[in-house]
Ligand binder design. Sequence first.
Ligand code: FES
Ligand code: FES
Length: 162
Amino acid sequence: MEHALDITLTVNGTPVTRRVQARQHLVDFLREDLGLTGSHIGCEHGVCGACTVRVDGQIVRGCLMLAVQANGCRVETGEGLSDSGELRHLQTAFHRRNALQCGFCTPGMLMAAQDLIRQGSKVSREGIREHISGNYCRCTGYQAIVDAIEEVLQTEASHGQG
Ligand code: FES
Ligand code: FES
């Protein structure tokens, strides 16, 4: 018989309590139980980054974390960051630079990119590539993605200089 547990967490700022199967992964919980289908499922074993979400401020693979492990945590998805406006500059830059084609990788890519931007440090193109190296894109060849992230990093840096 399946083992079920009650969990309470916040998802995109909203408190959520649900009974989940002990073996359910966080990304499946977000997609199937909460209808947050912005986080995608690709490889299901931690390689492609399509399922990237933020838990207590850190980006994680939603396919490697169990929903029960998020009990008591603050979970944020692309939907939440998009609604709050946090991803606005990246979304605009991705659009302007044609940094997406099919869009399958894009939510995870934006989460990873925003994680880099939040760090607030100066990063070379090589550093950008390294930071997103765990996020696979089968369409773009990455050049435009790096261009878009670099553009936002430079904009943030110039604002930081006042
Ligand atoms: S679906 Fe999670 S890393 Fe690929
Ligand atoms: S835009 Fe298609 S996988 Fe990246």
